[in-house]
Design a protein around this ligand. Structure first.
Ligand code: F3S
Length: 670
């Protein structure tokens, strides 16, 4: 049997919305509901809802106290709303929005003085309802004959149609009315869903040998669908269910098309397809399948067969499919079903609701994940396992850490291994924690971060001391700065980089070079075994300016230099960044001078000759005088100098030509 099913078969938007909502009402605790007239033309749905507590009344006169009235998709006359309001009866209006639109059109045009004409079945509740919005003054036309017999109204005519009316007959009636009525305003209110269903069914009926239209005998849209299909496919059947068709073996080796009216539950369509597909299955297989009952609260496994933006459909190996609404797939609202699953995936879900009428089993992956997470939390508490979560905020007395779908409270005293003045600095960070306490009933979890951090720190310290040795390199994190250096975490242990170790240049404060949080390369310079204090080196030896100078400067070179400092016995001049040399007072001019300031000033650029270099002690002797013409010495009294600034006596009377005569170079160390 070649079975082809119309995509538009079954509940339309309006019916699906109303039936779904009615079933939700049935599940509400402490509230009673009833529908005013059967919610749809399907006895199975109506009796199932009645069993679940949502009965049917045919008139407001039969309404019991404290019962909320459900208005079905067909809508009701205006007078019904008035009665509900006047009597203070609570109601839930599930009129299809497309029908509501017709009510508004009719009410407005009736108020403007138009004669309303409704093309539809005068006994159909939808038409009765529409007529109730123009004081029951509408002319109702069901077929072309009635249109032809109509005496054209003298006033302006407003024409609307029943949403499920046959489109072809409607067109013929409109064609005729346009000719007879002079002043008309026409609203084609036939619902798209109906049009599409009719068009698809007609096309399908033309492609098959047998056409089956599933739906109630008193469902107007089902009967219209049947007429359309019968007009194309001579072997067409209209049946409320597959059973009503009798022996389906007669369809063997035929092409069978299936469509269904707007109020036919999916389960009836699915049952028909199953029966036709499984005619050859033996009794034992069918029995086994039918025994696979699924109940609310079960955990089921299935295969993803469809992934859409709003839901995921899962084949559970039973007659109904599982449906996971997008909101029940993940805790993360930014993720769509497509981000999480794909067709063919095996997936588990918690059964939230079984709805045979709608032919679906509502599942929640989110809820199942939540159960699993709770189990993991309980196990973590038992075993002392470490979990990881993200700090979401600060509350009174502590912080909230989110672990999957659960909130974990961590008291402020246990939020870190050191005292924090502001817990907000933890917000947004991922932290490890142990479960200290849980209360299943209140879903309350208390965590402890401190204990984990302290244990981790001890482990790191132990590992560090086992491997630490002078010269070993580390990538560390700058933890804090002081005026004398930077403390750097090199893996559970802090070491100090002295300020003189931070840069080859002279700096005023460690913050000139590093900031808290920086990741820097350091090496161990020294370990004080007794105090466990570690001195770290940071400067790159390859950037040692004295080493660079060594390769560039030679005795006898004439270089440009900048005066950076002056003392009574001479001036220091920078000849390369951070490399200074001394111009002894006797080498500043070719005459005797009282003090360096007599000839030089700070910042002044001068040409100097390198007269001696002591690389080992980082001393360079410079001379300006060596570049000047020789002048006869002028004999004068030497100026008196302060004791503390006095230079060695060997400098005073003669030209300094050897490095042994120079004073200490600036305090830069290797
Ligand atoms: Fe509404 Fe159209 Fe269905 S009018 S009830 S969606 S057929």
């Amino acid at each position: 049997m070649d079975i082809r099913v119309a995509k538009t078969a079954g509940f339309c938007f309006g019916v699906a919305r109303a039936v779904d909502r009615a079933y939700q009402c049935a599940e509400e605790d402490g509230k009673k509901y009833c529908t005013l007239g059967p919610i749809i033309h399907n006895a199975q749905v109506v009796s199932d809802l009645a069993e679940k507590g949502v009965g049917v009344i045919d008139s407001l006169d039969n309404l019991q106290d404290d019962v909320t009235v459900i208005i079905r998709t067909h809508g009701v006359p205006k007078s019904v709303y008035q009665e509900l309001e006047n009597r203070g009866i609570p109601y839930l209006d599930l009129t299809c929005p497309f029908v509501k639109k017709i009510h508004t059109l009719v009410s407005t045009h009736h108020a403007e003085g138009c004669q309303i004409i409704i093309i539809g079945d005068s006994r159909h509740p939808e038409v009765i309802g529409i007529n109730g919005w123009c004081d029951n003054s509408a002319i109702i036309i069901e077929n072309l004959e009635q249109a032809e017999a109509l005496l054209p109204p003298e006033k302006k005519v407003c024409i609307v149609a029943q949403t499920t009316f046959n489109k072809n007959i409607y067109k013929k009636i409109i064609f005729f009315l346009k000719k007879t009525c002079q002043n008309t305003v026409i609203f084609d209110t036939i619902c798209n869903a109906t049009e599409e269903r009719q068009a698809e069914s007609q096309m399908l009926a033309g492609e098959v040998d047998v056409m089956v239209v599933l739906g109630g005998q008193n469902s107007s849209n089902t009967q219209k669908l049947y007429q359309i299909c019968k007009g194309v496919c001579p072997e067409a059947y209209c049946a409320e269910s597959i059973e009503a068709l009798g022996d389906i073996k007669r369809f063997q080796n035929k092409r069978v098309g299936i469509t269904a009216g707007a109020s036919t539950p999916a389960v009836i369509i699915k049952e028909a397809i199953n029966k036709m597909e499984n005619q050859d299955k033996d009794f034992a297989t069918l029995l086994e399948e039918s025994l696979k009952a699924i109940n609310t609260g079960d955990i089921v496994t299935g295969t993803v067969i469809e992934v859409g933006p709003t839901e995921v459909i899962v084949d559970l190996g039973v007659k109904q499919d599982g449906v996971i609404p997008a909101s029940e797939i993940s805790d993360d609202p930014s993720l769509t079903p497509e981000d999480i699953v794909k067709v063919g995936d095996e997936i588990q879900g918690y059964v939230v609701r079984v709805n045979d009428v709608e032919g679906k089993i509502t599942l929640s992956k989110k809820r199942l994940d939540s159960f699993k997470t709770w189990d993991a939390i309980e196990a973590a508490r038992e075993n002392g396992d470490i979990l990881e979560g993200k700090v979401d905020g600060v509350v009174n007395g502590g912080i909230i850490v989110t672990y999957k779908s659960f909130r974990v409270f961590v008291p402020a005293s246990l939020a870190n291994d050191r005292y924090l003045t502001d817990l907000n600095e933890l917000v947004g960070k991922t932290v490890p924690f142990k479960v200290l306490e849980i209360n299943k009933g209140r879903k309350r979890i208390v965590g402890n971060i401190k204990t984990v951090l302290m244990a981790q720190k001890q482990e790191l310290e132990k590992a560090f001391w086992e491997a630490a040795e002078v010269g070993k390199k580390y990538t560390g994190i700058v933890k804090s700065l002081t005026s004398f250096g930077a403390f750097v975490d090199i893996g559970g242990v802090d070491g100090l980089v002295h300020i003189s170790e931070l840069s080859w240049a002279r700096i005023k404060h460690p913050s000139d070079v590093v900031s808290v949080g920086d990741s820097i390369e350091v090496y161990i310079k020294d370990i004080a075994e007794d105090t466990k204090k570690i001195s770290l080196g940071y400067k790159n030896p390859l950037e040692n300016p004295w080493e660079i100078a060594k390769s560039k400067l030679n005795v006898g070179d004439v270089v440009s230099a900048k005066i950076v400092r002056m003392l009574p016995f001479g001036a220091f001049a920078e000849i390369m960044p951070t490399v200074d040399g001394l111009i002894h007072i006797s080498q500043i001019a070719n005459k005797r001078i009282g003090k360096p300031q007599d000839e030089l000033s700070i910042g002044q650029e001068v040409d100097v000759k390198i007269v001696d270099i002591d690389w080992e002690n980082k001393k360079i002797a410079l001379s300006i005088r060596a570049l000047l013409p020789v002048e006869e010495p002028v004999v004068e009294e030497a100026p008196a100098v302060e004791a503390e600034d006095a230079e060695p006596t060997s400098y005073t009377d003669e030209v300094v030509n050897t490095i042994g005569d120079a004073v200490e170079a600036p305090a830069t160390e290797e």
